[in-house]
Design a protein around this ligand. Sequence first.
Ligand code: NAP
Length: 286
Amino acid sequence: MKIGIVGLGLIGGSLAWDLQHLNYQVIGVSRKESTCDLAVEMGIVSAAGTNLAILKGVDLVFVCTPLGAIASTTLELIPHLQENTIVTDAGSAKGAIVTAITPHWRNFVGGHPMAGKEESGLKFAQVNLFRDNPYVLTPTEATPVESVALVARIVEALGAKLYQCTPEVHDRAVSWISHLPAMVSASLIATCLKEPNPDIQQLARQIASSGFKDTSRVGGGNPELRRMMAEYNREELLRSLYQFQETLGEFISLIEAENWDALHQQLVMTQQARPDFLNHNSLSDL
Ligand code: NAP
């Protein structure tokens, strides 16, 4: 089977690497000639170029461009595809993308690999990035079942844990555990920068350790990716941010009232709940 990958960055490059190892013939398309050359040099694609026309004749295409380019790139790709080619994507938000593409290409299966790291670009691509991590497919009622089944088989061959739900359910769930944490983590860093005393500000930076490292990691990641999460999942992100604001307000009230027992109860509850979010996954996320 011939597989095309559009957008040879962290996700596209990592996918190309694994798919090549699984003996698929992988053809890459990226915006920059230099990225295409690097992908060929790395041996993760058998050919690469900047023109979507080189994907003529492939059976399956993964569109792994930044979120804002997924729908437009797929629409540009369509005239080059044979009728039964399946297209899937890697975008971190699904509703807007599935709605934009499905009327033009019924063989589109929305996808979201829940794996990544702070860095972006092809040089950070890695083997087995998806192994043991969740990978969500978001077909609609109109998506052909055999197309979903084929993408699902490939996802499982990558060693990922397959989940399936509607684009709407995906966007709400992902807001709680990915898009909300990214904004909370970014606002944590922004808040620390508000310390007005430069000596204290400097000392805080010098003594920051594992707690700050853990809680600031996703807020310190790729700004374009974070911005697009907000743009493309605005409604669900706002819903979860308002809920977070309310919950934070409750914590503030308990501390103001010196209600240490109630605060303790909340912290016992959060300590008990956390493993349920993590035990079934490896610890990398988006
Ligand atoms: P990335 O490292 O920035 O890679 C995207 C690549 O796409 C860039 O390297 C760029 O390559 C290429 N590109 C940009 N515009 C293009 C266009 N119009 N046509 C063709 N190629 C284009 O980003 P990423 O982290 O891999 O993210 C890719 C997608 O995966 C996004 O939609 C994101 O939502 C999703 N995702 C990301 C993560 C994560 O943690 N990073 C996790 C899950 C899903 P050039 O060098 O050629 O410009």
